[in-house]
Each structure stands twice: as structure tokens, then as C-alpha cells.
Design a protein around this ligand. Structure first.
Ligand code: AMP
Length: 283
């Protein structure tokens, strides 16, 4: 496994791979790796000859009052996990190289970026789309994989890839959860033990919603109410949003029509920690 920090070196490696007909796969992450990230490597390992994992805590996707400074970092541990899971290259660029002082360009995906996370984290998806576009130009992947854990991000990046004609196959990998249902996240490390126990209610709530839809409930308000009641039952969790939305546009849906792709997505706060999760209800 090679560790590459220079953008130029990464581009030369990518050119050489493409020149020799090797398919390049990209797994972009912010590090502090967990089995959810590893599942992304597993998802495309057999579809590429050069598997690149990027680790970069991207400052432009954090708001001014968010957790950029305290976001968990452990490069040594990450490198060991990446090696164990068959990454060929770990790309770890420096922020000052990714965003030199005179940079002025960003990528704005409209529409799908606006609701949910877009409302609560203004500018977040602009930062995400910009960094992923840059990675596409540096790593030059044939295939890239993102997690359903960040469902709206995946939809935004699909839109961007299509709209800007990036010649990259996008794969979305399912959510990896802890045994009690909590979606794995680097931010789970912020949870105090009592928060961690309360956090189980997120999965329970989403499951109630999914079961109701499976049993024939087609009214989004009723589905949402079931989840909301479970998630807020003890008062430990504050819901930022909890919405039943179209899985592509992230617009609210009317009745859940047969065949429509619909998911329930939420962002909550437990103590000082903000977590997101979602579940596919249909489609
Ligand atoms: P992050 O390091 O949080 O930016 O995540 C990097 C990639 O891993 C994103 O595509 C995430 O959606 C994905 N990811 C994070 N957590 C999970 C999880 N629990 N299951 C599946 N994918 C995940």
C-alpha cells in the first residue's frame, strides 16, 4: 500500500494506471475509519485494479460553528485498517494544497442540495460537491463508491456526476450498523455512554416507519408520526428534521405510491452530537 500526499504524484499514478488499462476505484472518506468505510472498499475491490482510499477532513463542508477542529483523526489506525482491507493507495492531501490561497471555484448542485441537510447546513453540499469533483480530477477514477448512510450526499453526487459528465460509475453501498442498529459513524465517538444508549431510538423509530409502510400505510404524515414518537419518547433526542422524501429529489412526497422510491431521513441532536440516519421505505 502506498501513501500519497502530493496531488501531482496522485495524478501521475492515475495517468499511468489508465495508460496500462487499469481500472481505478475511489473511496472518499474523512478518516477515523470504521467498518462502514471498509464496506465501501469491499463494494468495489473486485471492480478495479487500483483501489484508492482518500482521507481528507474537508474544511469547506463544515460550517463556522461545526466540529471541523475537533473532528476525530487517527491516521496510523486508519492506515492499518486500509492496508488490512486491500487499499492500494491512501491519498492524504494537505488542505493548503487542495485549497491554495487564490482558489475561487466551487461546484454548486441546486435542487437536491436544498432541503434537509441543505437547510440545516448551508454551504455543506457546495463543499462536498467541490471536493469530490476535485478528487475526480486528481484520482481519475472509473468507479467511485459512496454510502447510503449519507443518502442525500449520494443523490447530490450522482446529480453532479451526471450534470458535469464525469465519466465515473457511481456505486451506493448500504448502511452498516452497530449490532443494536445505530448507523456507524466517525461522530459516534462523541457520544457519552448515556447518549449512546439513547441513540438506539433512532433506528427503532426508522424501523417502525418501515414496518408501517410494509404493512400498507401510505400516508407520509402517519409514517413520520410513528418514527417521531419513538425517537423523541425519552426527551433525550432533539429532532432537527425527520422527513419522508423522494429518494432521488429529496422533496417531500404526497401519498406513498406503489413503485415510488421513498425514504425516511432524519438529523438529530443528542447532547452536543449531531447524527444523521435514514431508511429506505420503498423502492
Ligand atoms: P465520511 O468519512 O463520514 O465522510 O464518510 C465517507 C464515506 O463513507 C461516505 O460515502 C459515507 O456515506 C460512507 N459511510 C459512512 N458511514 C457509513 C456507514 N455506517 N455505512 C455505509 N457507509 C458509510
Amino acid at each position: 500500500m502506498r501513501i500519497v500526499s502530493s496531488i501531482r504524484d496522485m495524478q501521475r499514478i492515475a495517468d499511468d494506471a489508465r495508460g496500462s488499462g487499469t481500472r481505478i476505484g475511489l473511496v472518499p472518506t474523512m478518516g477515523f475509519l470504521h467498518p462502514g468505510h471498509m464496506s465501501l472498499l469491499d463494494a468495489i475491490r473486485n471492480d478495479c485494479g487500483l483501489l484508492v482510499l482518500s482521507i481528507f477532513v474537508n474544511p469547506t463542508q463544515f460550517g463556522p460553528t461545526e466540529d471541523f477542529d475537533r473532528y476525530p483523526r487517527d491516521l496510523e489506525r486508519d492506515l492499518a485498517m486500509a492496508r488490512e482491507h486491500g487499499a492500494d493507495i491512501v491519498f492524504t492531501p494537505a488542505a493548503e494544497d487542495m485549497y491554495p490561497p487564490r482558489h475561487q471555484t466551487s461546484v454548486l448542485v441546486e435542487g437536491v442540495s436544498a432541503p434537509l441537510e441543505g437547510e440545516f447546513r448551508p454551504g455543506h453540499f457546495r463543499g462536498v460537491a467541490t471536493i469530490v469533483a476535485k478528487f475526480f480530477n486528481i484520482v481519475k477514477p472509473h468507479i467511485a463508491v459512496f454510502g447510503q448512510k449519507d443518502a442525500q450526499q449520494a443523490a447530490v453526487l450522482r446529480r453532479m456526476t451526471s450534470d458535469l459528465n464525469f465519466d465515473v460509475d457511481i456505486v451506493i453501498a448500504p448502511i452498516v450498523r452497530e449490532p443494536d442498529g445505530l448507523a456507524m459513524s466517525s461522530r459516534n465517538t462523541y457520544l457519552r455512554p448515556e447518549d449512546r444508549t439513547e441513540a438506539r431510538a433512532i433506528y427503532r423509530g426508522l424501523m417502525l416507519a418501515a414496518s408501517a409502510v410494509a404493512a400498507g400505510q401510505d400516508a407520509p404524515a402517519a409514517v413520520r408520526a410513528l418514527a417521531l414518537e419513538e425517537i423523541t419518547r425519552t426527551g433525550a433526542i432533539v429532532v432537527e428534521y425527520l422527513r419522508v422524501v423522494d429518494a432521488e429529489t429529496f422533496e417531500d412526497v404526497g401519498d406513498i405510491l406503489p413503485g415510488a422510491r421513498v425514504l425516511i431521513a432524519t438529523a438529530v441532536r443528542i447532547g452536543a452530537t449531531r447524527l444523521i440516519d435514514n431508511m429506505i421505505l420503498q423502492g
